[in-house]
Design a binder for this molecule. Structure first.
Ligand code: CA
Length: 232
């Protein structure tokens, strides 16, 4: 009788245990589902809140469509994009008020990426009107054949700043060496993370990444869709 009772107790304990594990598993998986959902919605929020604040801007601030290039001055494909695709974009859209353009620094090529980003952020802060001339001249300075060799140096950046901007060159040099604009570069790096940018150039039109940034008709199509949406 006693041993029967203890057997029943053991079975009851076992069933309770199995139930407890089942419930725990159910709660855990429900919890992980809700975590997943909340991650997705927070990603959506990020994707709808790209801020042009403290970023270079070409075109009308209030344009309904924003094109963002995530680029790296050290990246040969970014130089090519700037030469092949960007002029078409500029001519067709940026010269009108409907589309604006911004650029976020990506540091996929190490020290030289960082140096050039620090230099560009310094120009943006000290002489914003000269930013795009500096930007273009820096890409122009990227050697076509030997881009893997070291070409971004403080003296090269200072020379370009001297040719394209009105900044105080001693101040500019010091900004780079003391990494004065590091927080701006870090802001860009966190955008790279937020938008899951894995290659350069990555082109985003109203927060949607273009599949092939070298396919200009894809860019046109995405812009036209956004323009249509903005007027409807
Ligand atoms: Ca920036």
């Amino acid at each position: 009788m006693k041993s029967n009772q203890s057997f029943r107790l053991k079975v009851a304990a076992l069933i309770t245990g199995v139930l407890a594990i089942g419930i725990a598993f159910f709660l855990l998986s429900a919890n992980s589902n809700s975590t997943k959902t909340s991650t997705t919605s927070s990603e959506d929020e990020i994707a709808h809140s790209f801020s042009l604040n403290n970023q270079p801007l070409l075109g009308d601030e209030d344009a309904p469509v924003t094109v963002v290039e995530f680029g790296d001055f050290k990246c040969p494909a970014c130089k090519a994009w700037g030469e092949e695709i960007f002029p078409k974009l500029q001519k067709e859209y940026l010269e009108k008020d409907s589309v604006n353009f911004s650029y976020v620094n990506v540091l996929f090529h190490g020290e030289e990426s960082e140096l050039s980003a620090l230099g560009a952020e310094s120009i943006l802060k000290r002489d914003p009107h000269s930013y795009w001339s500096f930007h273009k001249a820096l890409f122009n300075a990227q050697p076509t054949q030997t881009h893997n060799e070291k070409w971004v140096t403080v003296s090269k950046l200072t020379e370009i700043a001297g040719n394209t901007t009105n900044v105080d060159l001693a101040q500019f040099k010091q900004d780079i060496e003391a990494k004065s604009m590091l927080s701006d570069v870090e802001r860009d790096m966190s955008l790279v993370e937020d938008y899951h940018v894995v290659s350069t150039p990555t082109v985003m039109i109203n927060n949607k990444v273009v599949e092939d940034p070298f396919n200009y008709s894809e860019i046109q199509k995405a812009i036209e869709e956004e323009l249509e949406e903005s007027t409807s």
